[in-house]
Design a protein around this ligand. Sequence first.
Ligand code: FAD
Length: 479
Amino acid sequence: MSKKPSNSIIYWIRSDLRLSDNIALWEAAKSNKDLIVIYIKNFNKSFSKPGLAAESWINKSLQELSSRYKKLFNLNLQVYDGDYNSIFKSLYKETNFASLYINSTHDPEIDKIDRFLEKEFSGQFNVFSFNSSLLFNPNEILNNSGTFFKVYTPFWKNALNKLTLRDPLPIPKIKAVYKKEIKSISQKEVDFKKKDWEKKILLHFIPGEINARKMLEEVAIKIDGYSEERDFPIKNNTSQLSPYLARGELTANEIFGTIKKNKNKMNINDYSKFTAQLGWREFSYNILFNFPKLPKKNFISKFDNFPWQKNNPNLVKWQKGLTGYPIVDAGMRELWATGYMHNRLRMITASFLIKNLNMSWTEGANWFWNNLFDADIANNSAGWQWVAGCGTDAAPYFRIFNPTLQSIRFDKGGKYIRKWVPELKELPDKFIHAPWELTEIELVSYNLQLGKDYPYPIVDHKKTRDEALKNYKKINISK
Ligand SMILES: Cc1cc2nc3c(=O)[nH]c(=O)nc-3n(C[C@H](O)[C@H](O)[C@H](O)COP(=O)(O)OP(=O)(O)OC[C@H]3O[C@@H](n4cnc5c(N)ncnc54)[C@H](O)[C@@H]3O)c2cc1C
């Protein structure tokens, strides 16, 4: 039976909440067929479905995007909820659309869905998929033996030699829009009713492409001094673009391009260090592509026998920022209050959970997944495995952060701690990193009662460090 001629096509928004530099949307608009734009909430039922913070971000961003589609193109964004298979069946039956345009998310769980759709609907509609979010396809950078790089430095060196940036695509002109009402599937309203927690975390960021672009314009200035100061949380001179990248309001192509345009005005070390961080994102996706179980399984399988403690009651204390280690607590409270945590703190808090509290990195990754605005399946999994020592190019197992020394080094005057752990704000700089070292008389003089106003350390660093090292020996890790 030959297919009926069709006048419509669909662009399906997933992790690409933007109009600019959007290849799938650009190509769809070029086709001159009547465009239908859809978003499907909860289509991904797997563990990689958005966590709570990401979900809030998406809802807010979608609200803005929907009104921009209306204003710019008089197009009603169709928001659905639920089973993608039946949604596409109904859409096809009702509109007889010819093609589905998507940007690949590079999330293996969603890749499976994309492949399923291609197969299930072959002969009905075509699926056109593009890489719009990464600088390279995740299987593109290979070593001389044709396999993927497991070490970052040669990966990025090789990648930089191959890098060609696209001119960022402008917002396309969408001439033809599907005008009939789609009746067979009920629409979900694009509403955004803020819960109390959302109100609080959204005070620190403004989701949406419009703000993303404002931040992008200022990025070269924001990261002035990046190479020297990016590790000091209170200096606030990292880009904070990660949520916009994770939700696809900006592309790496455009960020890299903007930085490159400003190169001659920038310190070369800032330029190289910052673009190298974009490289770590590419590297994480390269690992995830080649080891799709990365979010759940140790890359180095010897770690499967590591005696991590399950059902550890200290997990909640870590989550709430009540471990008694001020720098750890400050990081965890920043996360809870803002949906973001500085990279140095991600490393310190992760190391503390894994190496001092002896809990599996997956427990921490789950908490981050739910609470980070920038929760990203490749970066989060690779970041946690890196700290645990079980990932590719990971931190050596014997590097166990001493939270007190980290605190003295990266928050010398204790400003970051004072911001997030206000019960310690009266302590002099010298004691803020380790309040348990104060004598009873000193504690009284600073009006601080340990165990009541602020906890005693829940574990002893030295003792738990030694135990961790013994456990690493047991599984015979040689690195
Ligand atoms: C345990 C752990 C969990 C993490 N979870 C996530 C996550 O879920 N999502 C996420 O985007 N990043 C994650 N990271 C990486 C990093 O902490 C954040 O990307 C960074 O803090 C975001 O802030 P920024 O945008 O100001 O970064 P900048 O320093 O301005 O860097 C620019 C961009 O480069 C990328 N980048 C920077 N550092 C890294 C890195 N180490 N690995 C991969 N990409 C990087 C990010 O996309 C970032 O926006 C994690 C790191 C660790 C140690």
